[in-house]
Design a protein around this ligand. Structure first.
Ligand code: F6P
Length: 542
């Protein structure tokens, strides 16, 4: 394992600390905009497929200089090359991390022949299922969890307008039967294709759902399990034991949360077709090249990752909210939770030494404008500062079935959506003083309340940071670029923190304890359990 300097042991970390105390902590966005009419232009980056307005962040030229020094001190470029070259940077599992190879054009990148052969075979199968005239398939039920669910589910939802009208894709992940049961209702086994997605083919939730789905299939008149069930897995043997002949394999250098580009993307390919799946890969590859080749100062994943470090370790913000202003992206926050929190939610460095600083923030959010009517109150007036990431899409695509008057109306609604998006970042930044609030009439305010007290309730601190990402349209290509942007940004902050962003040992303990509790739910045996778990065991057994 190559050792890289840890961020908190570099001269730039110390310089950032004193810079933060001297001016960073008191930085004011309103003053920054007043002082520099060019701030929007200076602090925006056009990356492939994604434009970023960074100007409403608590950052100035000196902060950026020091953050770039930090990137140099931790040898970010060398770490990035180790990623792209396939060095075993997931050292606790002895694995390379090569999701970028999955979207490299044929003949480029490591393992190109294997990647292309696997892709071609998977896409041919996807197109055959999608050809409903021949396949007769109307419903695809995808069974998987974590990285074997979140990416495909999010992308299929985002690209709904590309899915043929007669084809429905369903995603089942939870071991809770309330996930599978409503999906199966009304399905015809003869027109349903199941995909069991599990890298290991050992995951409790996925196997339980797959067994239940198979039992339903056979009881409902299904006759050909081998034809109606396919698997995407690295464990073809276990899939064969289940009764699945059609298996699409992949490699240990594809991490679960980075696997939508591999055969795990099969439901995406069925939904949007092979050509569009290739566009998704090409969009991500364009972002890979940007990340690998653009100078650090204009490199969007680098700058976003460094900003994350600035906010987490110097401002000590503990969370970041993501607000996609596109209903198709409503599962993006859930996807990003796994990507960022499973990757960077670590408490030791690569050498196993405890960290004396914060790592992954809590990532959370909801599609706009829905979030505005739920938690935005706290973003505007709460006691915590939470950087927000807005995602706007310039041109809508409602699908071919929307035309005429309905299209006009929905286009108008899109203008309202964009106005809301811009207004939120503006309000967070500008705020409103009590003096201004005092001059306003608030129709719903109590007439009995003192005007000064009311003005305090109706004032906003402002100076709350946000980034706005803009896509021209939500297409396979721009979505690919957006996802790759997030992957690399998470890599950047993880590299600065000196952690292994590619393992997930934190998930293991709960799994092991579940396995030992499972027989106790049947037997009621509470021997040796702590009093709380024993009490709960008795309670849930009824
Ligand atoms: O949550 C832990 C995890 O290992 C994820 O990283 C992975 O995506 C998920 O479980 C599912 O694993 P599998 O694809 O092997 O079923």
């Amino acid at each position: 394992m190559t050792e890289f300097p840890r961020c908190d042991r570099t001269p730039s970390w110390e310089a950032l600390q004193s810079h933060f105390q001297q001016s960073g902590a008191s930085f004011d966005l309103r003053q920054a905009f007043d002082a520099d009419p060019e701030r929007f232009r200076t602090w925006s980056i056009q990356a492939p497929g994604v434009f970023a307005d960074l100007s409403k962040n608590l950052i100035d030229t000196r902060t950026l200089e020091l953050l770039l020094d930090l990137a140099a001190d931790v040898r970010l470029e060398a770490q990035r090359e180790a990623l792209f070259n396939g060095d075993p940077i997931n050292h606790t599992e002895g694995r390379a991390v090569l999701h970028t190879a999955l979207r490299a054009p044929a003949g480029q990148g490591p393992f190109s022949d294997e990647v292309q052969a696997s892709l071609t075979r998977m896409l041919a199968f996807a197109d055959a299922v999608r050809d409903q005239g021949k396949s007769g398939i109307t419903d695809v039920v995808h069974i998987g969890i974590g990285g074997s669910d979140l990416g495909p589910a999010m992308v299929v939802q985002a690209l709904q307008s590309y899915v043929p009208a007669g084809l429905k894709l369903h995603f089942v992940s939870n071991v809770d039967g309330h996930d599978l049961a409503p999906v199966l209702r009304g399905l015809d086994p003869r027109t349903t294709q199941f995909i069991v997605a599990s890298k290991t083919f050992t995951t409790q939730e996925t196997l339980a759902n797959a067994q239940a789905a198979k039992a339903w299939f056979l009881r409902s008149g299904g006759t050909d399990v081998a034809r109606h069930f396919a698997a995407t897995t690295s464990n073809a043997k276990a899939a064969a034991e289940f009764g699945i002949d059609t298996t699409f394999g992949f490699w240990d250098w594809v991490g679960g949360r980075y696997s939508l580009w591999s055969v795990i993307g099969l439901p995406i390919a069925i939904a949007i077709g092979s050509e569009r799946f290739r566009e998704l890969l090409a969009g991500a590859h364009a972002m890979d090249r940007h990340f690998r080749e653009a100078p650090a100062v204009g490199n969007l994943p680098v700058i976003l990752g460094l900003l994350d470090v600035w906010y987490r370790n110097f401002h000590r913000f503990t969370s970041r909210s993501v607000a996609p202003y596109h209903q198709g992206l409503r599962r993006l926050p859930a996807y990003l939770q796994q990507l960022e929190m499973e990757s960077n939610g670590k408490g030791v460095d690569r050498g196993g030494r405890a960290l004396g600083f914060g790592t992954s923030p809590v990532v959370w959010g909801e599609a706009g404008t829905n979030g505005q009517h739920a938690y935005f109150q706290m973003l505007h007036q709460g006691t915590d500062v939470i950087p927000v990431e807005f995602i706007a899409v310039k041109t809508p695509n409602f699908g071919a079935h929307v035309d005429g008057e309905l299209l006009d109306k929905l286009k108008d609604q899109h203008v309202k959506l964009l106005a809301n998006c811009l207004a939120q970042s503006q309000a967070l930044m500008q705020g409103k003083s009590a003096e201004v609030a005092r001059t306003e009439q608030a129709p719903t305010a109590s007439k009995d309340l003192d005007r000064d007290v009311l003005a305090k309730h109706r004032s906003f601190p402002g100076n709350r940071p946000s980034t706005t990402l803009v896509l021209d349209a939500l297409t396979p290509s721009s979505l690919g670029a957006l996802i790759a942007l997030y992957e690399h940004r998470v890599f950047v902050s993880g590299a600065v923190w000196g952690i292994n962003s590619f393992d997930q040992w934190g998930v293991e303990l709960g799994k092991a304890l579940c396995n030992s509790l499972l027989p106790r739910l049947a037997s009621g045996d509470a021997t040796g359990l702590d009093a709380s778990t024993a009490g709960l065991l008795a309670k849930v057994r009824g």
